[in-house]
Structures are given as structure tokens and as C-alpha cells.
Design a protein around this ligand. Structure first.
Ligand SMILES: C[S@@+](CC[C@H](N)C(=O)[O-])C[C@H]1O[C@@H](n2cnc3c(N)ncnc32)[C@H](O)[C@@H]1O
Ligand SMILES: Nc1nc2[nH]cc(C(=O)O)c2c(=O)[nH]1
Ligand code: SF4
Ligand SMILES: [Mg+2]
Length: 213
């Protein structure tokens, strides 16, 4: 199968458990919870998305004929042959495209693989690190993994609803908002919730604070 990729870049994982870790980001095109068009945002299931995932026109993006072609492309961005390359599959919703062939081939190329998913699709086997970020009013089919990262607040998805799922780590990530007052309120609310419910840790989008990709 072929893979449509919006962009590929080398940066530090900005969020969650692996914050600060160098990684190659592979942003796959398309999502099942929003078209990605601004005019459709208000009627989308997921309305707070901060990402452009349409098309293949981003930095180092493109269409790749098979898993080997994409794996080879990704490996070009890793700077040190003596360190295991770490790739974060994201999107859009990566599980619309990521299949067993891609996971197996990335492993053959030596990658450690992480994924950022909305949890509405089952994942192939052997992904090394699964981060699920559930969305209100979307079915949660992939309800286990390494980290659960809830964007907060979502009025219709309280942390209590997902707190007992089998994940190793639980993060609240303040919802980024263009309005600085709302942004500040979201950060405060997330901090307060973590303090009152210490099962949860705060995840800040540190790449935005640093001004990097
Ligand atoms: C753009 S999504 C792509 C992966 C997948 N579709 C998902 O939702 O998990 C990457 C991460 O950014 C988070 N995110 C998206 N918009 C956000 C926002 N406005 N504020 C904070 N986190 C956001 C998502 O919840 C997810 O954890
Ligand atoms: N640096 C950096 N870290 C990230 N972690 C998750 C991201 C995403 O968009 O999925 C992301 C991203 O876009 N940039
Ligand atoms: S599910 Fe993920 S990629 Fe899709 S619209 Fe929501 S945050 Fe964006
Ligand atoms: Mg992002």
C-alpha cells in the first residue's frame, strides 16, 4: 500500500512521556474526525485541532509507494547511526494509513516506533509506544496503551471517564487556544485538576514554547 505524508521533520518530542527526546515526526495526511478545512471546523467531531494535515505539500512530504520507500525517506533525517532512530507517527490520524507492513518494515530499518492517535481505530501489533488522545463524542476502540494524553478541558469528556483504562501514564494537556485568556484558563484548569487528582500529570506542548517544529 502507498502512504500519503503531509510532512516529515526532525525535532524534539514536545509532549507527554517522551518530552525532550529527539524524534523524526512523520505526519500522515487526513483525519476521520475533521476534514482539516476551516469552514468545516464548527461541525467537526474534533473542533480544537492545532494541525494542518491536508495534502502532501509540507516539508519533506509526499506520496510513498510502499513501506520501504517511506522507511528509507524517514531514516535520512536521523543524524547518528550509533543511536537507535526514533520515529513518531502522527497526523491527521495515522491509523487511517499505518498498517502492519509499515510497522514491520520500520522495525527492519531499525526504528523504535511511537504513535500519536485519537484511539478510534485498532493499531497494528508491535508498536513500541502508543499514545492515545481520546476525543469527546468519538468512539474509543483503542482503549489501552502506554500513555493516555487527554486535551483538557473537553466538556463532554471528563478525565474520570478514562482514568481507569489500562495505560501506564495519564497526562492532561491544556487545550491550546488562539485567545490568550482562554489559553490561560485552560492551563490553570489543567494544573488544578492534576493537583487534585495526582494520577494525572501535566503535559505542556513544549515545542510551541520553544518555537520549534
Ligand atoms: C494533531 S494530533 C494528531 C494525532 C491524532 N489525530 C490525535 O488526535 O491524537 C497530535 C496531538 O495534538 C493534540 N492536540 C491537537 N490540538 C490540540 C490543541 N488545540 N491543544 C492541545 N493539544 C492538541 C492531540 O490531542 C494529539 O494528542
Ligand atoms: N515537537 C513536536 N512534538 C509533537 N508531539 C506530538 C506532535 C503532533 O503534532 O502529533 C508534535 C509536533 O507537532 N511537534
Ligand atoms: S483527531 Fe487529531 S488530527 Fe484529527 S482533528 Fe482531532 S487533533 Fe486533529
Ligand atoms: Mg502538533
Amino acid at each position: 500500500m502507498s502512504y500519503s505524508v503531509k510532512e516529515v521533520f526532525y525535532s524534539l518530542q514536545g509532549e507527554g512521556f517522551h518530552s525532550g527526546r529527539p524524534a523524526i515526526f512523520c505526519r500522515l495526511t487526513q483525519c476521520n474526525l475533521w476534514t482539516g478545512r476551516e469552514q468545516d471546523r464548527a461541525k467537526a467531531i474534533c473542533q480544537f485541532c492545532d494541525t494542518d494535515f491536508i495534502g502532501t505539500d509540507g516539508q519533506n512530504g509526499g506520496k510513498f509507494a510502499d513501506a520501504a520507500a517511506l522507511s528509507k525517506h524517514l531514516l535520512n533525517f536521523w543524524p547518528d547511526k550509533n543511536v537507535v532512530p526514533f520515529v513518531v507517527l502522527t497526523g491527521g490520524e495515522p491509523l487511517l494509513q499505518v498498517d502492519q507492513a509499515l510497522i514491520d518494515t520500520l522495525h527492519e530499518f531499525g526504528f523504535e516506533i511511537a504513535i500519536e492517535t485519537n484511539g478510534t481505530k485498532q493499531a497494528p501489533q508491535q508498536i513500541d509506544w502508543i499514545c492515545v488522545s481520546p476525543k469527546a463524542n468519538a468512539p474509543l476502540l483503542l482503549d489501552h496503551g502506554n500513555e493516555l494524553k487527554l486535551v483538557y478541558p473537553q466538556a463532554e469528556l471528563l478525565p474520570e471517564k478514562v482514568a481507569d483504562l489500562p495505560f501506564e501514564h495519564f497526562y492532561l494537556q491544556p487545550m491550546d487556544d488562539a485567545d490568550p485568556q482562554i489559553q490561560t484558563a485552560n492551563i490553570r484548569a489543567a494544573v488544578e485538576y492534576c493537583l487534585a487528582h495526582p494520577q494525572w500529570q501535566l503535559s505542556l506542548q513544549t515545542h510551541k514554547l520553544l518555537g520549534i517544529d
